[in-house]
Design a protein around this ligand. Sequence first.
Ligand SMILES: Cc1cc2nc3c(=O)[nH]c(=O)nc-3n(C[C@H](O)[C@H](O)[C@H](O)COP(=O)(O)OP(=O)(O)OC[C@H]3O[C@@H](n4cnc5c(N)ncnc54)[C@H](O)[C@@H]3O)c2cc1C
Ligand code: SF4
Ligand code: SF4
Length: 452
Amino acid sequence: MSQPPFVALPGLPDAPHRDLCTDCGVSRTASPKRCGSACQFIQPDYPALEVKVHGRTRAPRKAPDELHFGVHQRMLRASLKVPADGAQWTGITTRLAQRLLETGAVDAVLTMKPDPADRWRPVPVLITRPEDMAQCRGMRMGYAPLLALLEPALAAGHKRLAVVGIPCQIYALRSLEAELKARTGLERLYVIGTPCSDNTSTERFHQFLELIAAETRDDPADITYLEFRADYHVELRYADGRKRAVPFLMLPLSQLPPDFFPLTCRSCVDYTNSLADITVGYMGGEGEQWLLVRNQRGEELVQLLGHELNTRAPGSSGTRHGPVKGFLANVERAAGGLPLRRMPQWLRPVVGWLMPKVGPKGLEFARARVEMKAVESIVHLRREQPGKMKNMLPGHVWELAAPYGLSPAAGEQRPGPEAAHDMAPDTAPTPTGTMAGSGERRHPPEPPGPAG
Ligand SMILES: Cc1cc2nc3c(=O)[nH]c(=O)nc-3n(C[C@H](O)[C@H](O)[C@H](O)COP(=O)(O)OP(=O)(O)OC[C@H]3O[C@@H](n4cnc5c(N)ncnc54)[C@H](O)[C@@H]3O)c2cc1C
Ligand code: SF4
Ligand code: SF4
């Protein structure tokens, strides 16, 4: 009997209300109380999970980039020699999962496909046939309960799994991994992560598309692709094959309501998906993809692609301090309910043209973005949920924010081992890239001006 192409989510109970929640799926399982220990928004312990997953915590004294990007063995700028149709970049993420199925390393892959009625809405699926990974390519905006499929997958006899997910899903997955191995017979788990920032509900994302389309005089329904590129442009693609690159500064961001991004995504501390075996992003890639190979399993994944992959060392240039400082000033104004400092309309095209030339590039762009995320998390939590700060903010976030004058006030930091790193054995890699730079956020608030 032939297998169905994929298993979509069965009828799930509504998710019980959680204060900060991106509906990763744990609350919809038979034991929703596990959110208490599995959630990155409740009481995460990144160093403990880093030790479990990678064998050590981040070691910035030996490898400075680990402070920003988490534990890794090496970083690469990469692309598939033959880019996959419909992929967000060249399709490394889905190809890795496909290779795992082709080689029999896993029985099934847990990931997202687009909702047939709305290409932007993610729907969790369990893929068992390599060819079906193609339908999962591309980025959707929104949340969907990926991990609710874990136990049904194991119950169906899939004991070797791969999961493709964003950081809040992967944190919960790693928290549950030991229990799943002990209780359900999970034998092997490969985790392919993408970075994630500034996500919002699919409904809200449609509002954003409408605003962009109004600006470019297009029909929002015709937009099939959107990406915030590392060259300070948003790339749009259309159903008729057209493409357009819009400078960040020309985006209608000031028209978005203040709560457009939920507090979860304004205060999320794991931009680079530090608990994945491999992270596949673009921020440090200067127009190509950016791979963070974090452990031996991640290395195994890269090897699966063999000659399909072009790779080279990531570059780095520019200086991030000024732009991160300017970003912080604007985040503080926005969080305080003040209007953003806006650049005059006439200056925007000039600065939009200038930024790709003078702004930070490569790894420095990625460092800038990670620092922006750190300062943003602190400012928003301090204003909206100060009681959560000591549990939600790991020590490395405070270290990232320190150069910008942000340090923990009394009661904002948990004493003890969570703040620790550099407890690593002598296996930390040598640093990749150099210090320098500046940056821009994926969905930036209005920048403060050319001087940053
Ligand atoms: C909301 C969001 C924000 C992101 N922000 C950044 C960023 O700021 N910087 C950066 O470097 N990279 C970011 N990424 C990752 C980036 O967009 C690419 O997805 C990634 O680089 C992989 O490209 P690819 O061509 O290899 O992916 P593909 O081969 O096209 O595969 C994409 C994979 O992502 C999964 N996916 C798509 N949408 C979702 C979703 N909403 N939730 C969970 N999984 C999903 C798909 O199921 C598929 O498996 C973000 C991704 C998402 C979903
Ligand atoms: S994000 Fe996941 S773990 Fe956290 S509260 Fe929501 S369902 Fe639970
Ligand atoms: S920004 Fe963070 S909290 Fe929001 S969806 Fe992405 S990983 Fe989850």
